[in-house]
Design a protein around this ligand. Structure first.
Ligand SMILES: Cc1cc2nc3c(=O)[nH]c(=O)nc-3n(C[C@H](O)[C@H](O)[C@H](O)COP(=O)(O)O)c2cc1C
Length: 356
């Protein structure tokens, strides 16, 4: 079970519960870390004070290492005309639930690139592992975090992004495949997307990079983790597999969709937040099929509208407008307490490695 990544992070098993903004919780991360994996918190939308509170709560529930994740997207560029047109387009959807769209849209959270308070929290709290999604922080930030003894990782959806992460000083690179649930980590969503599957990308990055590679995307079982290790991965990061855990912050509609027939179809859409993300096909993604990226306000300005629409629909009992992020393995999701999930994954991984 020992790999370059387990040594780096100081964990027993090469299994990471993915950071999931809005879904992962201190209870989930602590349960996974207590069970020998790497528990994670997605604090990209939480702000510095929120991140500090989550880190402290997690620390109160585990002595093990855990992982904090931040968003390094280009700060949002407001475009009032595009935002107004988008709100007009959404108006009939709001009206269907007896509501009106917001008058204007806000950038509902800031990029880590411009969040000095978040950097200060990281340096004070010193979580064992920090990772970056959508891009890389400035060299001064990387240097300060490394000097504080924090292990750093970045997401990559291509060899170029993996090389950029390694060159920036990352200690490990996460190979995020096209199957993965949640936001696609592409650095620049305006560029063509190579859409490499998790195992193929893991093979490429493991061959070309010197740092350990973490496989992510569609990994749901210990057998899948064994395949990721066989492809050259030093660990696997699983998100969708943990969404149905009782410790998750997913709402009842999201859980029911994930554990029901809706899990059979996922789709990649920029319409919910302004960046491409994979979620369960639902009412909103069905409506958004004709939407092209250029129609949607910048990330995360569009997410302000997406969240408002979801709130309006939920108030009338309709959960089909939620950001129900899920990977292509969703139909194989299981609902187990996070610590039990880790134990099951470990048992399955051992069996797969023995060739059982
Ligand atoms: C609900 C959900 C939320 C996510 N939020 C984040 C996040 O905040 N930061 C991040 O780096 N990745 C996030 N991801 C992506 C995961 O890090 C990982 O790439 C993905 O879950 C792997 O694919 P899988 O869901 O098929 O296991 C999220 C994924 C899901 C399912």
């Amino acid at each position: 079970m020992e790999t370059a990544f387990t040594r780096l992070a100081g964990i027993r098993y090469p299994i990471i519960q993915a950071p999931m903004a809005g879904v992962s919780t201190p209870a989930m991360a602590a349960a996974v870390s207590n069970a020998g994996g790497l528990g994670s918190l997605g604090v990209g939308a939480a702000g510095a004070a929120g991140a500090r509170a989550m880190i402290r709560e997690t620390r109160g529930a585990t002595e093990g290492p855990f992982h904090i994740n931040l968003f390094c997207h280009r700060p949002a560029v407001a475009d009032p005309a595009r935002e107004a047109a988008w709100l007009r387009r959404l108006e009939p959807l709001f009206a269907g639930y007896g509501a009106a769209p917001p008058v204007a849209l806000q950038e509902i959270y800031t990029s880590f690139l411009v969040d000095d308070a978040m950097q200060a929290v990281l340096l004070e709290e010193r979580p064992a592992v920090v990772s970056f999604h959508f891009g890389l922080p400035q060299p001064e930030r990387v240097a300060a975090l490394k000097a504080a003894g924090i292990v750093l990782m970045s997401s990559a959806t291509s060899l170029a992004e993996g090389r950029a992460g390694q060159a920036a000083g990352m200690d490990a690179v996460i190979a995020q495949g096209w199957e993965a649930g949640g936001h696609r980590g592409v650095f620049d969503p305006a560029l063509p997307d190579e859409r490499l599957a998790c195992l193929e990308l893991t093979r490429i990055l493991a061959r070309e990079l010197e740092v350990p590679v973490v496989a992510a995307g569609g990994i749901m079982t210990g057998g899948n983790i064994a395949a990721a290790l066989a492809a050259g991965g030093a660990a696997a990061q699983l998100g969708t597999a943990f969404v149905g855990c009782p410790e998750s912050a997913a709402d009842e509609g999201y859980r029911a969709a994930l554990l029901g027939a809706a899990a059979g179809q996922t789709t990649m859409t920029p319409a919910i937040s302004g960046r491409p993300a994979r979620c369960l096909a639902n009412r909103f993604t069905g409506w958004a099929e004709t939407v092209v990226a250029g129609d949607v306000p910048d990330y995360p300005i569009a997410y302000d509208a997406g969240k408002a629409l979801n709130a309006a629909a939920r108030a009338r009992g309709e959960f089909g407008y939620g950001a129900q992020w899920a990977g292509q393995g969703a139909a194989r999701a299981r609902s187990l307490p996070a610590g039990d999930m880790l134990a099951v994954l470990e048992t399955e991984l051992r069996a797969a490695l023995r060739g059982a």
